[in-house]
Design a protein around this ligand. Structure first.
Ligand code: BTN
Length: 231
């Protein structure tokens, strides 16, 4: 699997760039922009994308739309590993945010364009590197480690380790991806809250199921959560 890397000075959103071209671009195309003018987050939020951050998206074409969520879990685990290599200790928070303590350092937006049997999954990753701290309760690599960091090098490290995880996906080794993700997940056994489209859900974390859904125990009742945002 060879990544086709497209480098842009500026774009509206790297996810939109791939979405508009997903029929023609090869599998594992990656677009990286120095700046996004209309970066998007989950739940239709704006994603502040000033120069200095790592803003990129990858196109993965496959036949398991029901398993697309694994591509996102694999990306979150890879980001934690990449951060480890630059001396930043991070963790994943279900489903796919990366935090340093209580501060978010990376967000991932997964979108699918389906043509018949074929899914084009676009994994959009926003990692705060040398950019100004975008919001309260967020952080950057520079803030954690003081020095400026080489964005291209971080991207190369990401691609190398993400490819390894993609091999597990191609071999249908789906449980290995979840197991690997769980190595970077510290919420099991803790009390958490998530904002979902139906409101806040909360409870003690029992684990995740094979579909990547969060299993909570709230007042002796099992609650299964399939989407949500860290509160
Ligand atoms: C979130 O936590 O809400 C997800 C944020 C995802 C941001 C990235 S930056 C690169 C890609 N392009 C976008 O417009 N969004 C994603």
């Amino acid at each position: 699997m060879r990544a086709k890397i497209i480098k842009l000075e500026e774009v509206n959103s790297t996810n939109d760039y791939l979405k508009e071209r997903c029929e023609t671009l090869p599998n594992f195309s990656l677009v990286h922009a120095k700046k996004q003018t209309a970066g998007r987050g989950r739940f239709n939020r704006k994603w502040i994308s000033e120069e200095g951050g790592l803003w990129f998206s990858i196109l993965i074409r496959h036949k398991r739309p029901d398993k697309s969520f694994l591509l996102c879990f694999a990306a979150a685990a890879t980001i934690v590993e990449v951060l480890e290599k630059v001396g930043v200790v991070a963790e994943v928070k279900w489903p796919n945010d990366v935090y340093v303590g209580e501060k978010k350092i990376c967000g991932i937006l997964t979108e699918n364009v389906i043509f018949g049997e074929l899914a084009n999954t676009i994994i959009g990753i926003g990692l705060n590197v040398n950019n100004p701290v975008p919001l309260e309760k967020t952080t950057t690599i520079k803030k954690e480690r003081v020095l400026d960091h080489n964005i291209d090098k971080i991207l190369r490290t990401f691609v190398r380790s993400y490819k390894k995880r993609m091999r597990a996906f191609s071999k249908k080794n789906h449980s290995a991806i979840l197991k690997d993700w769980a190595r970077f997940w510290k919420e099991r056994g803790t009390f958490v809250k998530r904002k979902t489209v139906k409101g806040i859900v909360q409870g003690d974390v029992l684990g995740i199921d094979g579909e990547g859904q969060l299993i909570l125990m709230d007042c002796s009742e099992k609650v299964i959560v399939n989407e949500g945002d860290v509160v």
